[in-house]
Design a protein around this ligand. Structure first.
Ligand code: HGY
Ligand code: MN
Ligand code: MN
Length: 396
C-alpha cells in the first residue's frame, strides 16, 4: 500500500533518509502528487515544495495531512503516516455516497523537520514565510531559497490557506513517545503541543598544541563547552516542570583534531515545555550559565537564538470532541487525551485555523531513529478514527 511505497523513497532498512529538497524527497513528492491526482484531487507541487491536493468539492473544506520529509536518520512513519492517512481519508469519503460531497484537501508539507527551517511548508501556507527565514541554511550552507531554485520551483504558485474554504486542519501522527503503548492504549487525542526554543552557543578560546601548552595557559573551547553542558543541566533541573525536556543534540569542536586544543566550539541547545513562562526562565538561565563559564574559563561564550521561538499551542476543543467520539467508538476505553512533546505543523497552522491531532502508539516509544515502528493494527485503526472525525466535523 501507499505507506509502504512511500517508505521506498530514501529507504535504508529499517529507517528512511529523505531530507527536504533531496533527490529522494522530490521524487517522493512527485509520486505523491500523482497519487493525489489519481484520487481525484487537483494536485500540484507548490512553490516551496508542499504537495497540495484540492478536492473538487466546494467548501467548507478540511485540510488533512502531515510532512513527507524526514530527519537525517529518520523513521518510516514520522510524517509519512499522516500524509498517507489524509490521502486515504479523501479516497474513502469520495467513494461513500453518504460522504462523497464532503471536501477534504490533502497536503504533504515540506521541511517540518527543519533541514532548512522547521515547518517551512506550513509557514508558507499560512503566509508567514519571510525572506529572512528562507535564508536559513541546511548543514551544507545551502539556503532554502537556493534549494527551491535547485529543484526548479522558483516562481511556482504556492498553496495558500483559503479562509473562505478552509475550516480546519487535522493531522494524524505517531506518538513518538512511550505513554500509549505502556498504558495499553491505541489512540491519543492531542490537547496541546509544547513550545520549542533552539539556542546556538559559540565558544571562542585559543587553538594550540595539545602537548606543549601548559594547562594554566590554555583557553580550551572544548573544556568550556563541556563545563557549560554540566552547569546548564544543573540550572535547567532546578527550573524544570514535569514535562520539561532539553538536549544538546548537535555539537562541534574546531578544528576537531586530537592533538590540537580546540580554539572553537559550538553547542546547539533545544528545550521544550508546555509553559512559555518556563521557557523564558530557561533562556535567562542559559544566559547566566554562559556568563559564568566565560568568567571561569577565559573563553568567549555567546548565545544566540537559532530559530524563532515556537510558542505552546492548544488544539481546538470542538475538533477534540469529534476525535474523542471516534476513538471511543473504535477503541472503546483504549484511548486518552494527551499533550504532544513533539513539534508538528499545527504549531504554525493553529494560529490561523482550528487544528487537531490524533496519535497512534510507537513501538517502544522510539522515534527519530531507524527503529521507529508501529503495529499494523494500530496503523489501520488510526486511519479509521481520522476518517470518522473528518466526516463528523464536515457534517457527513
Ligand atoms: O522535533 C520534533 O518534535 C518534530 O518531530 N520535528
Ligand atoms: Mn519528526
Ligand atoms: Mn513529524
Amino acid at each position: 500500500m501507499d505507506l509502504h511505497r512511500l517508505r521506498d523513497f530514501g529507504r535504508t532498512d529499517p529507517g528512511v533518509v529523505r531530507p527536504s529538497f533531496s533527490d529522494v524527497d522530490m521524487a517522493a513528492r512527485e509520486w505523491l502528487r500523482s497519487r493525489f491526482a489519481d484520487a481525484g484531487l487537483e494536485a500540484a507541487v507548490d512553490g516551496v515544495g508542499n504537495v497540495f491536493g484540492r478536492s473538487p468539492n466546494p467548501g467548507p473544506a478540511l485540510v488533512l495531512g502531515s510532512h513527507s520529509d524526514t530527519q537525517p536518520r529518520g523513521g518510516w512513519l514520522d510524517g509519512a503516516l499522516g500524509v498517507v492517512y489524509a490521502l486515504e481519508v479523501a479516497r474513502a469519503l469520495a467513494e461513500d455516497p453518504v460522504t462523497r460531497h464532503l471536501a477534504v484537501d490533502v497536503v504533504a508539507w515540506i521541511d517540518e523537520e527543519g533541514t532548512y527551517t522547521s515547518c517551512l511548508g506550513s509557514r508558507s501556507f499560512v503566509g508567514d514565510l519571510p525572506d529572512q527565514v528562507l535564508a536559513h541554511t541546511n548543514d551544507h550552507g545551502e539556503t532554502a531559497t537556493d534549494a527551491i531554485a535547485r529543484v526548479g520551483l522558483t516562481g511556482v504558485d504556492r498553496a495558500r490557506l483559503d479562509p473562505q474554504r478552509h475550516v480546519g486542519y487535522l493531522e494524524a501522527h505517531i506518538e513518538q513517545g512511550p505513554y500509549l503503548e505502556e498504558a495499553g492504549e491505541r489512540i491519543g487525542v492531542v490537547t496541546s503541543i509544547v513550545g520549542i526554543r533552539s539556542t546556538r552557543v559559540d565558544f571562542v578560546g585559543e587553538q594550540n598544541h595539545a602537548g606543549t601548552t601548559p594547562m594554566n595557559r590554555r583557553r580550551d573551547a572544548g573544556v568550556a563547552m563541556f563545563e557549560f553542558a554540566v552547569r546548564l543541566r544543573e540550572r535547567f533541573s532546578g527550573i524544570a516542570g514535569p514535562t520539561t525536556v532539553w538536549t544538546i543534540g548537535q555539537a562541534e569542536l574546531q578544528p576537531g583534531a586530537a592533538s590540537i586544543i580546540p580554539g572553537g566550539a559550538t553547542a546547539h541547545v533545544q528545550y521544550r515545555d508546555p509553559d512559555d513562562g518556563r521557557l523564558e526562565a530557561m533562556d535567562v538561565a542559559l544566559a547566566e550559565v554562559s556568563a559564568s563559564v566565560a568568567a571561569d574559563t577565559g573563553v568567549g561564550v555567546t548565545a544566540a537564538r537559532e530559530r524563532d521561538p515556537i510558542p505552546p499551542c492548544h488544539m481546538d476543543p470542538g475538533f477534540q470532541e469529534h476525535l474523542s467520539a471516534a476513538a471511543e467508538a473504535r477503541a472503546t476505553g483504549a484511548w486518552r487525551r494527551m499533550p504532544s512533546a513533539a513539534g508538528h505543523d499545527p504549531m504554525i497552522v493553529s494560529h490561523h485555523l482550528p487544528c487537531a491531532m490524533v496519535f497512534i502508539p510507537s513501538i517502544g516509544g522510539i522515534s527519530h531513529d531507524f527503529a521507529e515502528d508501529s503495529h499494523e493494527g494500530d496503523i489501520a485503526l488510526g486511519c479509521s478514527v481520522l476518517a470518522d472525525a473528518a466526516a463528523s466535523i464536515l457534517g457527513g
